[in-house]
Design a binder for this molecule. Structure first.
Ligand code: ANZ
Ligand code: ZN
Length: 850
């Protein structure tokens, strides 16, 4: 055991952990449970440094908690449905299932090589029918309760690819794949009624103190609660009314025209013959703008007059009805009472189309003139031109006008949420089939529970052309109606893959439970997840959907918790400099030799430090790193180089430094083995040994506090490094072998969560029979932390005249007497009388004499 051979050490311990199922857990335990979860990966093929970092952070916490005596659930699995598998199939002709399972096998091997302490018996892959069949059952129960429903809505549609595009797949109004112009198409889609839970999801954000504030803020904004009024505007010459939603009912007297969403059901009905041509041209134009664009601040506000008028219910004035591109159908009522003086969008719109402006709120000490205003006044002020409400503060007018509207039956207070129901239909093959059958006689019929699962067929052809692949599999599509037995067709859409990741954490509690999606007892024991770790990019979608699903599963009686994740840690990105060659473009790190491009020898240009990505080739392959230095070094660097929430800048020297440190630890143990062989306790120990002992215990305290709940892994590791330094410079080894042993054992035990392989190996080498895993987390001895004697400076009339050593806990009187009795001090006091003595505890005594 002379040299540190990372590969041999790591292979041995990984084998031991696998053979002994060291990290397997069950609910039958007298320990306190702790559920630690990292967001599961998409099986893209290989793990990247972002995974290494994420999972290293999680593994520290899992191992630390285990050493502290918790019953730790730490599972791993695969978010295995999704587009890339389908694209790979189209490009290389491999079946998505084969591609996915090969990738899983690959990445599992890689994760095992990192030595992460997972309970592999709980592994799950969402593309396996054993998982997704339960999701189909959950869907049926949601459908029964009206929490899943079908409605038509506008989606981005590529006419060439014949498929729906997500907003992110639309680039400059064109399809990301074939570049044809995207249309807005009305399609029947399945939705989950997340809006039923909007208020509960919002309220919950105030009860998640363990979540980072920015994530909570993003969720609150995403839910977007607004309070205001719905107000009805009668149409001129018709019994119909237009209902608007406004948060500014105080501006009602200033509403001079009406703006409808182009998709508003009244849009065409209100269009007069004279305006038909203009309206149709406008609709064709807006039809191409996606929603994201239409809500942008810098969007050019455009619209068209329908030819019809409605009546302002309080001023009785006529208001022309326009269609406007910035009004969306799926917010509020799809209609806006336009107040050009107090809303910037309406101001721009009115300017463009020459519409009337009336000021109804005057800011204090200013007189607004609609003719010369340069923008809308959106602040507060005093009500004017508002009938009996004139003179009121506008905030008060909000309340009073709301009451007035209710009394008059014109409107009422309402709450609106920006949150939309979650559209879950995807025209994709590699996803969970939505268990619905369409019958001409019976309509949409849920697949009966006894007929589940609807298995995803494997014999479909994936060409990448046109429409949903499942629709082309006639074996799959044609079924008989479960209700009437007539010929019927299966739903061919699959679920959004965010559905699978919305409840996987609950299935980990009971991965083999045969009779329901979730075993209530197991879930009650393990949930909620005590610590969840993942990227900030999931702040809204995944983390909100998972919270929603938790509440749904609770209401379906499948489990009991309200919130899935008690604590959330969002780790930063792994970044690295980019390199490029003027001729050969981006270069991988290994394609740069001595600063030059390895193809042509030209000087490589070093670019910005950016998130590691294959497209810019600024990536480090974890396998290569493990080959060179071992998994422990890879783990140590990714934990040491930056605190978890911050971005980590990759640098080769840092990695090498970590490797050298582990070698240093290794040598410290083996070099000192002969000395610490003695197991007897030391007798009276000298001053130097006392100092080492103090540092040992201080390090235990610091590392414990840094890890526990704070995740300051980098400073914890620094403290351990300092302790190793102290051991190296410790001279009195033979005088205090037990102190030396304690120091070395402490280093090894404190390192265990970070670099578990080398720690286990050294622990055994230190003569322990049982694995470190069983030794528990070290505790510190409070009394060893105290410096027992301290040095105090004594000044006489402002000059240092002596130094005294006193017990650290000596009281003022003791220090004062000791100072005055000091030989040197006495010399300077000779012939003088002491006027005043000031004791600064722990530091100094100042004597004034004359
Ligand atoms: C009149 C008004 C006057 C408004 C004023 C604002 C200022 P939040 O806070 O986001 O809920 N609005 C309502 N429905 C809309 C839709 N479907 N598309 C676009 N805009 C819509 O915003 C509510 C305000 O957004 C509403 O209040 C309405 O304009 C507009 F001085 O009504 B307001
Ligand atoms: Zn039928």
């Amino acid at each position: 055991q002379e040299r540190y051979d990372a590969s041999a050490v790591e292979t041995r311990w990984q084998q031991t952990w696998a053979d002994q199922k060291t990290f397997k857990v069950s609910e039958i335990s007298d320990k306190v449970k702790y559920y630690l979860l990292e967001m599961f990966p998409y099986p893209s093929g290989r793990i990247h440094m972002g995974h290494v970092r994420n999972y290293s952070i999680g593994d520290v916490i899992a191992r630390f908690k285990r050493l502290q005596g918790y019953n730790v659930l730490h599972p791993m699995g695969w978010d295995a449905f999704g587009m890339p598998a389908e694209n790979a199939a189209i490009q290389h002709g491999t079946h998505p299932a084969k591609w996915t399972h090969e990738n899983i096998a690959n990445m599992r091997t890689q994760l095992k090589r990192m030595g992460f302490s997972y309970d592999w018996d709980r592994e799950l892959a969402t593309c396996d029918v054993e998982y997704y069949k339960w999701e189909q059952l959950i869907f049926l129960k949601m459908y029964e309760r009206g929490l899943a429903y079908k409605k038509s809505s506008f989606v981005n549609w590529c006419p060439d690819c014949q498929t729906v595009l997500a907003n992110e797949q639309v680039e400059d109004d064109c399809c990301w794949r074939c570049d044809s112009e995207v249309q807005q198409k009305e399609l029947e889609q399945w939705f989950f009624k997340i809006t039923d839970y909007a208020q509960e999801l919002l309220d919950g954000t105030d009860r998640l103190p363990g979540w980072p504030e920015p994530v909570l803020t993003m969720q609150r904004n995403w839910i977007g609660r607004s309070t205001g009024c719905e107000i009805d505007f009668p149409l001129e010459g018709s019994m119909q009314k237009i209902r608007v939603f406004t948060t500014r009912q105080d501006t009602l007297f200033g509403a001079t025209f009406m703006s409808l969403a182009p998709e508003h059901p009244l849009a065409l009905e209100l269009t007069t013959a004279a305006q038909r041509g203009a309206v149709e041209a406008f609709l064709a134009k807006v039809g191409k703008q996606d929603k994201l664009r239409r809500t942008a601040d810098d969007l050019e506000k455009e619209g068209v007059f329908t030819g019809s008028f409605c009546i302002n219910p309080v001023t009785r004035k006529r208001m022309p009805v326009y269609l406007a591109n910035f009004v969306l159908m799926d917010y509020g009522t799809g209609a806006v009472m336009a107040v050009p003086t107090h809303d910037q969008r309406d101001f721009e719109f009115a300017g463009k189309y020459g519409l009337e402006k009336v000021v109804v709120i005057q800011p204090e000490g200013e007189v607004l003139d609609p003719g010369s205003m340069e923008g809308a006044w959106t602040g507060s002020g005093i009500m004017v031109h508002s009938g009996t409400f004139d003179g009121l503060d506008n905030e008060e007018a909000k309340e009073r006008i709301a009451d007035y509207l209710a009394v008059e039956g014109i409107g009422k207070k309402t709450v609106n949420y920006r949150l939309r129901d979650w559209g879950v239909s995807r025209q994709r093959y590699w996803g969970n089939p939505i268990p619905i059958i369409y019958c001409d006689l019976c309509g949409a019929v849920p697949v009966p529970e006894k007929d589940l699962p609807v298995v995803l067929p494997t014999d479909v052809s994936l060409t990448g052309e046109g429409g949903s692949p499942l629709a082309k599999s006639s074996d799959f599509v044609h079924v008989s109606c479960p209700q009437c037995g007539e010929a019927a067709r299966r739903e061919t859409d699959t679920f959004d893959t965010f559905v699978e990741s919305s409840w996987y954490f609950a299935r980990y509690a009971c991965p083999d439970f045969p009779s329901a999606p979730i075993d209530r007892q197991a879930a009650e024991y393990w949930l909620p997840v005590d610590q969840y770790i993942g990227g900030i990019e999931h702040a809204v979608m995944h983390l909100l959907y998972a919270r929603f699903f938790t509440k749904v599963l609770r209401d379906l009686g499948l489990m009991e918790v309200d919130e899935p994740f008690s604590n959330l840690l969002t780790q930063g990105m792994v970044c690295m400099e980019t390199r490029s060659c003027p001729e050969h473009g981006w270069l991988y790190p290994e394609q740069v030799l001595d600063g030059n491009c390895s193809f042509c020898g030209k000087g490589a240009v070093t670019g910005r430090n950016e998130k590691m990505s294959k497209s810019k080739k600024n990536v480090v392959d974890p396998d290569g790193l493990i080959d060179r230095f071992g998994a422990d070094t890879a783990r140590l660097f990714s934990l040491f180089a930056a605190p978890p929430e911050k971005d980590l800048e990759w640098n080769e020297q840092g990695v090498e430094g970590c490797y050298r440190f582990l070698n240093r630890v290794w040598r410290a143990v083996f070099d000192n083995l002969p000395i610490i062989q003695e197991t007897n306790a030391d007798g009276e120990i000298g001053a130097e040994a006392k100092v080492l002992r103090r540092q040992t215990h201080r390090t235990i305290k610091k590392v414990t506090e840094d890890i526990d709940g704070r995740f300051h892994f980098n400073t914890a590791i620094s403290a351990i490094m300092e302790l190793v330094n102290a051991i190296y410079s410790f001279k009195d080894k033979d005088g205090a072998p037990a102190v030396l042993r304690e120091g070395l054992e402490t280093v090894v035990r404190l390192l265990a969560p970070f670099v578990p392989h080398i720690a286990e190996e050294l622990w055994i080498s230190l003569g322990h029979g049982a694995p470190l895993e069983e030794s528990g987390w070290p505790s510190w001895d409070e009394s060893a932390l105290i410096e027992d004697e301290i040095l105090i400076v004594v000044q006489v009339n402002g000059k240092v005249r002596g130094k005294i050593t006193v017990p650290a806990d000596a009281d003022e009187e003791f220090v004062r007497t000791a100072a005055l009795n000091d030989e040197n001090v006495q010399r300077f006091l000779e012939g003088k009388s002491v006027r005043k003595v000031v004791v600064v505890p722990g530091r100094l005594v100042s004597v004034v004499a004359g």
